[in-house]
Design a protein around this ligand. Structure first.
Ligand SMILES: [Zn+2]
Length: 204
């Protein structure tokens, strides 16, 4: 019991950046953006994004969004195209998600593979077909992938989504309600994002 507690505490104060299984072999760099949701950290190779995440110690308890915080890339003067695109994408998204059809999604490295694994297809289908202001259930997303039996696999893909916000797993809800975000630890972030997109009714 003690050990479990200590372990849980440790993982909370010292979040370890897990090397995503989806990363390619190209060199990867890290960039940070200020945003209304706090610091967003992006890791990318020259081909596209590997990971996009909010600060590791964020929780429902300490989540304090600041709508007046504009999107700003921190301290890099020479940035690759994908990061420039990312900055424009975030700026447009946080300014008004209704304008997302005017910006191009920053490339996601793993989407460039020729044979996508099932969960990669889930991420891509979600990012390609579920826009701001829409929600989809786990089941409907499985149907859209022509695999209606794969509801649990869709859920697993959502839990393991390496590029939050850009691959909009916050738009995937349960038939009966909101559904979990980040294993249930960031429900307030899911609600914030959906409200920001004009959604106040979560179930389909
Ligand atoms: Zn890559």
């Amino acid at each position: 019991m003690q050990l479990l507690k200590a372990k849980a505490f440790f993982s909370k104060v010292a979040p370890k950046a897990k090397k995503p299984k989806t990363a390619c072999q190209l060199p990867e760099s890290e960039y940070r953006f200020w945003s209304p949701l706090g610091c967003i950290t992006v890791r990318a190779c020259e081909s596209g994004l590997h990971t996009t995440g909010l600060q590791g110690d964020l929780s429902d308890e300490n989540f304090a969004p600041n709508p007046n915080q504009g999107v700003k890339l921190l301290g890099s003067n020479k940035v690759p195209q994908v990061i420039k695109k990312c900055e424009i994408w975030f700026r447009t998204y946080f300014d008004d998600p209704k304008n997302m059809n005017t910006v191009e999604r920053p490339d996601i490295c793993v989407f460039k593979k020729s044979n996508l694994a099932f969960r990669e297809l889930v991420w891509k289908t979600l990012a390609d077909t579920v826009g701001p202001g829409e929600v989809i259930t786990y089941g409907a997303l499985a149907d859209r992938l022509k695999n209606p039996g794969a509801v649990r696999a869709v859920g697993s893909a959502m839990r393991n989504n390496p590029n939050g916000i850009i691959v909009p797993c916050h738009r995937v809800v349960r038939t009966s309600g909101l559904g979990l975000y980040h294993g249930g630890t960031l429900q307030s972030v899911k609600v914030w994002l959906l409200n920001h997109e004009g959604i106040t009714k979560y179930s389909k």
